[in-house]
Design a protein around this ligand. Sequence first.
Ligand code: PEP
Ligand code: MG
Length: 608
Amino acid sequence: MSLLKHLFSKPLATQLTITSSNGFHLRPVAQFSSLAKSFPCKITATFQKKTVDAKSVNTLLSLSLEKEDTFTLQIQGKKSEEAREALVTLFETLMQTDIQIKKSVKTASDYEGSLIEGDIIYEGIAIAPVYHYARKEVQHKTNVSFKEALQYSINELEDLYLLHKKEDNATIYLAQKELLASLGEKSESLTNLEQIIVQEADTLLGTKLESKRADYQDILQRVKKHLGLEIKVTFPNKPFILLSNDLLPSEIDALSETQVLGVILQETSIHSHAAILLRAAGIASLIAETKNISQNTPLILDSHAGVVLCTPSANDLQKATLRLEQDVNQNALSASKRFDLAATIQGKEIKVLANVGDLNSARVAKEEGAEGIGLLRSEFLFKANKPSFETQQKAYREIFSFFDDITVRTLDVGGDKALPYIEIPVENNPFLGVRGVRLFTTHPELLEEQLHAIFMAAGEKHIKIMFPMVSSVEEFTQAKAFAQNIAKKHRLDISHIDFGIMIEVPSVLFLLEDFNKVVDFYSIGTNDLSQYLFAIERTHPTLKVDALSPVLFSAIDMIRQKATKPVSICGELAANKAAIEKLVHLGIETLSVSPKSIAQTKEFIRHV
Ligand code: PEP
Ligand code: MG
């Protein structure tokens, strides 16, 4: 009866529009169809009268969906409501977090030799002879059947995905796994798989996804390897610049082990997985037409300027060597720019503040170019003994004197942070127990002394006070009222002090409309927010939260959309190179990072 009910139920239809400039390409498609597969209902996608199974990567890819295309997702059968909700949420996250890879702006060059121009994959200078990439197929004996080889390859890609899960590139392996699983299902032999792969890859010719043809070749190669058909590649054991039509994603790992100085590819795009991996490996690389350059020709690859020079003159060699030296000094240079403001390529300024714990780290933050203190972890100020009111006041005053922009957090003790002079009863789950703002109820005398010392140290300075671990609006209003009463008791005017909260507990995400009415600012503590979103203790020895999980970015996006007060980020994510571009795109304008990460964080921002 219920089966019949599902069979004849009306399908749920939802229109989804591609908003990413990269289109609906392999990696997001793989994540989408992987989720679709987990539901028992029938799920299809229709675009321009073509309807395909949305559970299969390659059929979904064959719609060649590009930015602004709208397709209809149709879901019918058991759990269709659930499937729709999950898929729509994932789709929105994928679109928001799929950052467009911009063409790098070429710097001017003044070489005298004739130049071959190209598109920049990763900026740098390489001076070395040419090495043409050559693949040689070698057959080994093996008893492995085609189906076994298929399964081994799928397992291998799954392992690679898990191994690289913390990196931005991990989804490449997931995408390849899904692709191989869906194409392999229809194949009975290697020849069969090869035919299907050629056919499918050809449908991408002339589309925006053309560069993803390399992924098809790559998965085929992987299956072949398990069948004993190994591709042998040799590299020179001296520095070289590699020239090739394209590189398979799996070949870039091997390349990183060689003395390669630069890579020039002909048939790829800056969005290809090879390009993503070359950038991750930090290899100077370019896309340029270099077919006619013979083996061992001396070459200059200047991918700042996006050019290649064959058999360069002594003058040009000197210029390139100079630029290379400049690159080598880049780190030192970024350190020297640490006092400059950080602005994106389009000129959007991002404030970079410091997370500090004591006087010394505040001093280091100043030397490292911080624009202020975004988080003063006051629980680290006095670790051994309970400080007197006077000692506290003096310490705060000294720290406050370094900057104009100061955010001090009230004691965040509990969980993994204990202080010998603060007694908290033993709890089964300390991370879910008395911690942060909850100390206002259990240890009011300590908080009273701390707040009084902060007020006295601030004087007329416009500082911000932030409460940690807030999970309800009442907790905030009560803590603020507590602070105001202390000021009243000591006849202190604190009307110039702002009060805000750390966003660390997921409940806050659902209460933002109410919080907007009472707080002056928010600071997202991604370390704790991640632990509470995934129910994985931040100190757990084996379980780890994916630092770059789309869930976290969705949460940040939700906060940004709903918050009407300033939002900053002070968790570890704020200094993560792979996250900064996304955070800036989500509209985050203030990052607070450890003092030693300031120069680098500013430099990352300058490349967004
Ligand atoms: C956080 O939770 O992200 C944070 C910055 O606070 P702490 O690491 O001190 O708990
Ligand atoms: Mg925290």
